[in-house]
Design a protein around this ligand. Structure first.
Ligand code: ACO
Length: 451
């Protein structure tokens, strides 16, 4: 099959949020720490009415409805998540309650987990399936979803929640570039969830940032090597019209784009570095591994790559800055943000680089090319018009005071894994079409309804 890629994309974000400026005051930290220091505006939050199943039910059902896809047209459905509520039963199997009543049960795929990378792994599996002998001509549906919550402390403002569903098949408007994908995987304890009774991760903050940046270096270098051979040209940031990143918080992404700029500088022969990048002349002898927390280099590359950041990356940060880290769905929320930031005609023909990172660690750099056809009636045009509603939804969310947010977190913490359980959270704020948890019975079975 030709032009395998994303035919449709849909996103779900929580209807409630806490304002990061309010949170700064409530937490008693200095003004600007979360808004400027982390680059975050707001954080999407879930009460005990929502869990990983409800988020996924919502996003899948909405995609199928908005794009008029029949249940029988899906041949593979796979979920990437690190929000584990059952050690055996997959979220995919829960989603089958949407398909089963329509006689659609011949559907491959199951859940995939490794921190924020599971969604990308699911996506790669879906692409492989479409390109394989097992493919039956139907679509694959990839779901990336998470509820990101941290224990009280410095990491708490970097939470968030969300779900993205992507319909994968041939002749797509967003086509994955073949033969250039690069992978970097290692064994590290930077962020992990060893306590199965808690929703919260164990985080080594500094190490997690270092691992993220070093994985970015490695993946980008391998990508550039592969792409330069394949396309027979020099590959640097100029090759991409947009570069999207997994986004734990927006400030890290600005630093990451700057990091790629530093890599471009590094990939130039040593004696030419100062000529090509006069502002970075002082850093000609740089050793990348020594620079993850080097303030001087960081400042210089941030300033030197500012225009590139504004042009290639900043448009992809709308949802991340308003909702926070959506873990597996974060990178794909970036893609949605990019798609709503421009007209279809402005997106046509553009190349997008994507960096996916999951602690532990698993990471990848890959790219896609947007179809040149943005005419009315084209798949690209339809995709951007369907996504028009995202900005409205962002604006229609309800703000919650930090006190209330803390209360919701306490309830989630106390009720985690309890059965039987009747959720206490209100259902009034939900957007139409949202699934929510009605109850958990004494056998831990979960039941949902739709607004
Ligand atoms: N005004 C402006 N900036 C400020 C202010 C202020 N008043 N106060 C602090 N800052 C800046 C700091 O200078 C710092 O900037 P820098 O990153 O350029 O050094 C930034 O705000 C963060 O402040 P710190 O004190 O360095 O860090 P903090 O203790 O708040 O922790 C962290 C931040 C590490 C991101 C924490 O929230 C965390 O652990 N999050 C979860 C882990 C994470 O997201 N890791 C990233 C990759 S792994 C993943 O995806 C989960």
């Amino acid at each position: 099959p030709k032009d395998v890629g994303i035919l449709a994309i849909e996103i779900t974000i929580p209807a409630l949020y806490v304002d990061q400026e309010d949170l700064e005051k409530y937490d008693g930290v200095s003004a600007g720490k979360y808004t400027i220091g982390l680059g975050q505006r707001a954080m999407g939050i879930c009460t005990d009415r929502e869990d990983i199943n409800s988020l996924c039910l919502t996003v899948v059902q909405k995609l199928l409805e908005k794009y008029h896809v029949d249940y029988s047209e899906i041949g593979r459905l796979e979920v990437g998540t690190e929000t584990i509520i059952d050690k055996s039963k997959s979220v995919k199997s829960v989603l089958m309650q949407l398909f089963e009543p329509h006689g659609a049960t011949d559907i491959e795929g199951i859940d995939t987990t490794n921190a924020c990378f599971g969604g990308t792994a699911a996506l790669f599996n879906a692409i492989s399936w479409v390109e394989s002998s097992a493919w039956n001509g139907k679509y694959a549906l990839v779901v990336a979803a998470d509820i990101a919550v941290y224990a009280k402390g410095a990491a708490r403002p970097t939470g968030g929640a969300g779900a993205v569903a992507m319909l994968i098949g041939p002749n797509a408007p967003l086509v994955f570039d073949r033969g250039v994908r690069s992978i970097h995987m290692r064994h590290v304890y930077d962020f992990y969830k060893p306590d199965l009774s808690s929703e919260y991760p164990a985080v080594d903050s500094k190490l997690s940032i270092q691992c993220y940046l070093s994985a970015l270096d490695k993946c980008y270098q391998t990508y550039c090597e592969k792409a330069s051979k394949l396309y027979n040209r020099k590959i640097d940031l100029n090759f991409f019209d947009a570069v999207l990143f997994h986004t734990p918080y927006c400030k890290l992404v600005q630093k990451s784009l700057a990091r790629l700029h530093l890599n471009d500088f590094y990939l130039v022969a040593k004696e030419e570095r100062g000529l090509v990048y006069p502002n970075l002349k002082n850093f000609e002898n740089v050793v990348l591994e020594d620079t993850y927390f080097d303030r001087d280099i960081e400042k210089a590359v941030l300033s030197n790559s500012k225009d590139q950041f504004v042009e290639k990356t900043s448009p992809s940060l709308l949802i991340a800055s308003q909702v926070g880290n959506m873990y597996t769905s974060s990178l794909y929320g970036g893609l949605v943000s990019l798609l709503i930031s421009k007209k279809a005609s402005e997106l046509a023909g553009k190349r997008v680089g994507l960096f996916s990172y999951g602690s532990g660690l698993a990471s990848a750099f890959f790219s896609l090319t947007i179809s040149a056809n943005a005419s009315e009636g084209s798949a690209l045009h339809k995709m951007t018009s369907v996504l028009n509603s995202v900005e409205t939804i962002l604006n229609q969310r309800q703000k919650v005071e930090p006190e209330k947010f803390e209360k919701y977190m306490d309830i989630r913490q106390k009720s985690n894994h309890s059965a039987p359980y009747e959720p206490v959270g209100s259902t009034e704020h939900f957007f139409p079409g949202t699934y929510y948890l009605t109850n958990i019975d004494d056998k831990y079975r979960r039941y949902y309804e739709r607004v």
